[in-house]
Ligand binder design. Structure first.
Ligand code: SIN
Length: 307
């Protein structure tokens, strides 16, 4: 496969191809992240990491929906001091950029975790300001432009690596939070995290998830995520965007790039297929580019915005 057809650069992150592992799937250990890189991902994002260890919610934490899954794990993670060893191990194992997803309960906490992640070797951090179901963090910060800006500013002052901000789709106008993030110093916007959702069991007559509500991912959210990318691109023509939400095959990836994404994140599709889904997607994108006579994947970014 000719590398330069698929290679791209997102805010200084050099990617051999425009597919990246989304946060939350196979992201706890260097070995599992390496498995994904070997499956063909151009970059990986870890599970979200906080300042202290967190157990997360009791089971059930995942439920199958009609065209996707609803999860409410509750941000379980070992805390940055333990996870730093995994980041260091990643740097010896993986040949692709390692992006560490971080969360906190204040701007200072986000900055502290981000700083420790970078000290351990993270190539970039992605701020989880969009988890739709954990109190005092995630979307509770990212849905508020002022609080979101404070977090991004603090992290910007703390690290010298690219900052990705993962936006929530659970807002009235995503361009408002997108703009706040960029004005505060975000280098890249990841659009989007999961849609707030729930499932109820007709037999037990109770919500299925222990947390009652969770986040919907998978094919069901793709049209919403695609619209978010399109809207953010219209409002902010210059900021790099990474599309995320229901991307399952090469056609989905191409559609997100046409809408304005420079690269795409894939998560739920790994459960449906396996880590080789990255190779399948990139091969399909390559065939598409050759058929349409493009010399680089960069040439198709934004094309849906032509009048
Ligand atoms: C979780 O750990 O519950 C999911 C995190 C997220 O949706 O951002």
């Amino acid at each position: 496969m000719e590398n330069n057809l698929l290679s791209t650069n997102v805010a200084g992150l050099q990617l051999e191809n425009p597919t990246i592992l989304a946060s939350g799937v196979l992201g706890y250990s260097a070995e599992s992240l390496n498995r994904v890189a070997k499956g063909g991902a151009g970059g990986v994002v870890t599970k979200s990491i906080g300042i202290e260890p967190r157990v997360g919610y009791p089971n059930p934490t995942v439920v199958q929906a009609e065209a996707g899954i609803i999860n409410a794990m509750g941000l379980p993670n070992p805390g940055i001091d333990v996870y730093a060893q995994e980041i260091k191990f990643c740097k010896t194992l993986l040949r692709v950029p390692v992006i560490v997803s971080v969360f906190g309960y204040s701007a200072d906490e986000y900055a502290t975790v981000a700083k420790k992640a970078v000290a351990a070797g993270a190539d970039a951090v992605e701020l989880n300001v969009s988890c739709p179901h954990v109190q005092f963090t995630g979307a509770e910060i990212g849905q508020n432009p002022k609080h979101l800006a404070e977090v991004v500013e603090k992290v910007k002052a703390a690290i010298g690596k690219p900052i990705l901000v993962k936006l929530s789709p659970n807002v009235a106008d995503i361009t408002v939070t997108a703009r706040a993030a960029v004005e505060a110093g975000a280098d890249v916007l990841t659009a989007v995290n999961t849609l707030k959702a729930m499932a109820i069991d007709s037999e037990t007559m109770r919500p299925i998830l222990s947390n009652l509500k969770g986040g919907l991912s998978g094919p069901a959210v793709k049209p919403v995520a695609l619209r978010c990318v399109y809207d953010v691109r219209e409002a902010l023509p210059d900021v790099p965007i990474i599309g995320c939400g229901g991307i399952t095959d090469w056609k989905d990836a191409v559609e997100f790039m046409l809408a304005g994404a420079s690269a795409v994140q894939v998560g739920t599709a790994i459960g449906l297929e396996n880590p080789e889904v990255f190779q399948t997607i990139t091969k399909g994108v390559e065939v598409y580019l050759r058929k349409k006579n493009y010399r680089s994947v960069k040439e198709i970014v934004n094309l849906a915005h032509r009048s």
